[in-house]
Design a protein. Structure first.
Ligand code: ACO
Length: 325
């Protein structure tokens, strides 16, 4: 019998009240850093973001998103035999954020590990869970993107600190005889690692390297648009389909201009693109599952529809998965 994986529940978590551009700009002004709502909206489309309060971690946000996804799936945490968490902002060096979430959900016994592919992380994690389910290693997986990027932002660097937010999104992926994940493709080019990185590490009891995110914005922009177009086409073709059959495009939510340029290159009209970057800013590995959950809950994405999920980010990494809901 054919064995596939299907998304059977989605969930998300956004901490606290949204922080508007005006509020962020005024907080930055107190430190002598100048920005404006007009600059942020016109360059990025971002209007607000959420930030965690003191002590709140990726595993806490990820656990909340996971509980929501399990509730939608009508599944108990004890039925989960695989947890993969995509994060670049784990609670600890180890244990993994996935193990912390497994403990919090009181669902011991299955496999649990983190995936580190920055903003492509959720698509990498989904493709990994799909392969593990199809090959019989797992039956029911939680795939989670969870980030607290506010922990690695340099508030004196206006070119990066206005772009990111915190949050988590999750899906339950379950074995099925009908296909849900139709195709997935993953790529990386380590030679481009320095366009977007956080090089800090703990060594000998000290932080060595730079503990904040740094980015060459224009280089990222150019790379992102090219690879999102290419991997989207590659993935849809691998499923034996064409781009006009895709009901919804959900690219990584970095910047509205990247989303617009990608959709244009792919010939997908803007009405079929899910855009949440205005409300969430860039939540790295959480951005795609957050957007998927939002568009599912508000009724835009309907059962049976084809959704193309795309990630791109540090590493440099990129990937896509075509799923039928
Ligand atoms: N407020 C006001 N002015 C600013 C700000 C700010 N927050 N940030 C930068 N500026 C200024 C710069 O200092 C510069 O001023 P100058 O001309 O006097 O030197 C001016 O704005 C233009 O700066 P650029 O970097 O050239 O601006 P650009 O038009 O390239 O936009 C941006 C910057 C938005 C980062 C753009 O390059 C971009 O969208 N890049 C894509 C990267 C991205 O979205 N990264 C997200 C993470 S990557 C990922 O998730 C895959």
């Amino acid at each position: 019998m054919n064995r596939f994986s299907r998304i059977v529940g989605t969930g998300s978590s956004l901490p606290g009240e949204p922080v508007s551009n005006a509020e962020l700009v005024s907080r930055l002004a107190e430190r002598g850093v100048q920005s404006s709502d007009e600059w942020i909206v016109s360059r990025t489309g971002i209007r607000q973001r959420h930030f965690v309060g003191p002590g709140v971690t990726s595993s806490q946000l990820g656990t909340q998103a996971a509980r929501q996804a399990l509730a939608v799936a009508g599944m108990a945490a004890s039925e989960i035999d695989l947890i993969i968490v995509a994060t670049s902002t784990p609670d600890y060096v180890f244990p993994s954020t996935a193990c912390l979430i497994q403990k919090e959900l009181d669902a011991p016994g299955g496999a649990a590990f983190d995936v580190q592919a920055v903003c492509s992380g959720f698509v990498y994690a989904l493709a990994t869970a799909d392969a593990m389910i199809r090959t019989g290693i797992a039956n029911r997986a939680l795939v989670i993107g969870a980030e607290v990027f506010s922990h690695i932002l340099d508030w004196n660097d206006r070119s990066t600190c206005v772009l990111f937010g915190d949050g988590a999104g999750a899906v339950v992926l379950a074995a099925d005889t009908r296909p849900g994940v139709l195709a997935a493709r993953l790529h990386a080019d380590g030679r481009q690692g320095d366009v977007l990185c956080t090089t800090g590490k703990i060594s000998g009891g000290e932080i060595v390297g730079h503990p904040y995110l740094t980015m060459n914005g224009q280089a990222v922009f150019k790379l992102a648009v090219v690879v999102l177009d290419a991997v989207g086409r590659e993935t849809v073709a691998a499923a034996g389909m064409t781009l006009d059959q895709v009901d919804w495009l959900i690219p990584h939510q970095a910047n509205v201009r990247i989303l617009d340029a990608t959709a244009k290159r792919m010939g997908i009209p803007s009405e079929r693109v899910v855009v949440t970057v205005g409300q969430h800013a860039n939540t790295s590995a959480a951005s795609v599952p957050l957007a998927l959950d939002q568009a599912t809950r508000d009724g835009r994405i309907k059962p049976g529809q084809y959704v193309l999920l795309e990630g791109v980010g540090g590493g440099f990494t990129w990937g896509a998965a075509l799923v039928q809901i």
